[in-house]
Design a binder for this molecule. Structure first.
Ligand code: C5P
Length: 222
């Protein structure tokens, strides 16, 4: 059994999609369910960790026994993650962060006057890249949702964002991934493939990811 594997460790997980406001009643978001991240938070709790879950838009129950920080936008998520980073041992970035946000947020509801409307977007910060740049003792785990060349793109992402592990899933398949209760993933480190996890419940995939992350923890200094 792996219960207690993360006893005394602090784990931060981001889950779900971000929501980017356009005006007081409208916004941009995505289809992420948050299920994979929430499964990781729950598994980390069961392995004895002190868990902080930074949750965006999620379509599943948030488990008891974890510290929850609700956020809306990518900028809010970045702030929450920054505030907790230093005292965290493992960070798992399972959130689907919007790449762009509306450049201006209208104070009032936008009226339908013109025949066409241009919504200008600007790039959101890459939270995982920020964590990679500021990494000290933390074990950093990212996700990569790819439709092709999964291994190559996932490893490129790992190197670019300076993370320790990257969990890749093939989102061209409808039986796993987005919204599903099951997942099948490949876990890479800087050297190459560490583990191929065949299709199973997200709860079990979560345990495998955390076991791999736990191997990279520095020994506790007493
Ligand atoms: O969107 P992308 O494929 O680059 O996502 C890869 C990893 O980077 C994921 O772990 C995701 O949560 C993270 N990410 C992030 N901030 C962004 C975009 C992605 O933390 N703005």
């Amino acid at each position: 059994s792996n219960s207690g594997l993360l006893a005394g460790r602090r784990v931060m997980v981001t889950a779900g999609g971000t929501l980017e406001r356009i005006d007081p009643v409208r916004y941009l978001t995505n289809d992420a369910s948050g299920k994979m991240g929430i499964a990781i938070a729950q598994a980390a709790r069961d392995m004895g960790a002190d868990v902080t879950l930074v949750a965006g838009q999620v379509q599943t129950m948030i488990p008891d026994g974890v510290n929850v920080i609700r956020v809306e936008s990518a900028l809010d998520m970045l702030k929450a993650v920054q505030a907790h980073y230093e005292k965290t041992d493992i960070v798992v970035k399972a959130a689907a962060v919007a790449d762009y946000r509306p450049k201006f947020r209208a104070e009032q509801k936008i009226k339908k006057t013109a025949d066409s409307l241009v919504l200008e977007l600007e790039r959101n910060p890459d939270i995982l890249a920020w964590l990679g740049e500021h990494k000290q003792h933390q074990v950093l785990v990212g996700f990569a949702a790819e439709t092709h060349n999964v291994a190559e793109f996932a490893q490129g992402k790992l190197k670019r964002k300076n993370c320790d592990l990257i969990v890749a899933n093939d989102v061209s398949r409808s039986d796993i991934g987005f919204g599903s209760d099951n997942n099948e993933v490949l876990i890479f480190d800087g050297q190459g493939l560490v583990e191929s996890v065949s299709v199973r419940a997200k709860q079990d995939v979560a345990k495998r990811i955390l076991e791999q992350a736990a191997k990279l923890l520095p020994e506790e200094v007493l």
